[in-house]
Design a protein around this ligand. Structure first.
Ligand SMILES: Cc1ncc(COP(=O)(O)O)c(C=O)c1O
Length: 357
């Protein structure tokens, strides 16, 4: 698999310097990978200077939300790397999302080459402190130019990248248990990484913020009884020393951090239970002290402890030891693996070739 490199992209890289404060997702490296789909096939993959794209006002993505994306990171800490973490899983999940949204699937080689080329060219801009990384955003949009409601015949796939620090600036999260709106229903698109799921979550994010919480905890769409996930992270709790997480159904995004943590926990002899988790049972377990830790996890957030749950009635539940030993241990071993300090027992780490320009 090859990528055509626009000399202007290399010029842009030479002229780029990282700002002093990087935050999360607001500084972009000055290049982007682009590949277009038309006439039933994918065209040439290109590395271009970062910049605006032109869309016809009738482009289907603008009206019917036919769009998918991924979130990945490249790590380059203490002279180790640059590394990708389980990139094939992201490529597979991208195509699972594409199928759900009736979009063209992309050959994994194109997806991976685009990601590797962005990382290989951006090595100088990967922040090097532990917990920092180059956040990668592969995405695909429907570009057909007409207003008919049907799957597009043309698509644009792109990868952009953002040197990033921590996703959350506070140590411990507070979450609002969402008992009114729902994120996903059985048979819906909750398991796909598509913009509509995130747009639909924003009203709850607004309410959570107004009530003094940072995140929403979503319940199932039928009974509003079972915990599903957060708007951009999966959920875990430690109860009676065991690690509990809602089992994956078609309403929950199958997080790569989640599945990696389950494996790492098992490797460390921690019992893991994947099952339907009743919210009331969790809140009771927090009150009686049997739930000692809870945390959210995802590529962006890594592991972020949850200290407080609340709902619109004003009732609150405080976790006794949010930054507890299991979350701490798992966070440490996941980061050490991603950043190249641990032996890669499961073959999850990929070293990316640095490109000199
Ligand atoms: C809705 C949702 N759940 C869970 C996750 C965590 O997934 P991952 O660990 O693959 O980043 C994400 C982030 O991608 C997400 O958007």
């Amino acid at each position: 698999m090859s990528i055509k490199i626009d000399p202007k992209a290399l010029e842009a890289l030479k002229n780029f310097t990282l700002p002093e404060t990087i935050g999360f997702g607001s500084t972009l490296v000055p290049i982007m990978a682009v590949c277009d789909y038309r006439d039933g096939k994918w065209g040439e993959l290109e590395l271009l200077p970062y910049g605006p794209i032109t869309l016809d006002p009738t482009a289907k993505v603008l009206h019917y939300g036919q769009e998918i994306f991924e979130g990945m990171k490249a790590y380059h800490t203490d002279g180790h790397g640059p590394y990708l973490f389980r990139p094939e899983r992201n490529a597979q999940r991208f195509n699972e999302s594409a199928r759900r949204m009736a979009m063209a699937e992309i050959p994994e080689e194109i997806y991976l080459e685009a990601v590797r080329s962005i990382v290989g060219h951006s090595n100088d801009f990967i922040p090097t402190n532990s917990g920092e990384s180059l956040y990668l955003r592969p995405f695909m949009i429907a570009t057909d130019e007409n207003l008919g409601i049907k799957p597009s015949d043309t698509y644009k796939f792109m990868v952009i990248a953002s040197p990033s620090g921590s996703y959350f600036t506070t140590g411990c999260l507070s979450v609002l248990v969402e008992r009114e709106n729902v994120r996903a229903c059985p048979g819906g698109m909750g398991a796909a990484k598509t913009g509509g799921n995130y747009a639909g979550s924003l009203i709850s994010a607004q309410r959570a913020k107004k009530l003094g919480y940072q995140q929403t905890l979503w319940l199932d769409g039928i009974e509003k009884k079972y915990i599903e996930e957060m708007s951009g992270m999966n959920f875990f709790a430690v109860i009676d020393g065991k690690l509990f997480t809602p089992k994956i159904e078609d309403t929950i995004l199958d997080g790569i951090t989640r599945s990696s943590l389950i494996q790492l926990a098992k490797d460390q002899g921690i019992e893991v239970v994947e099952e339907k988790m009743e919210i009331e049972k969790l809140l009771k377990a927090i009150n009686d002290g049997s739930c000692t830790e809870s945390f959210a996890c995802g590529t962006a957030a890594i592991i972020t402890p949850i200290g407080k749950f609340g709902d619109v009635s004003g009732t609150e539940w405080n976790v006794s030891n949010p930054e507890g030993p299991i979350a701490k241990k798992l966070r440490g071993s996941l980061l050490a693996l991603q950043e190249g300090r641990n032996e890669d027992q499961h073959g999850w780490r990929e070293t990316v070739k640095v490109v000199c320009y």
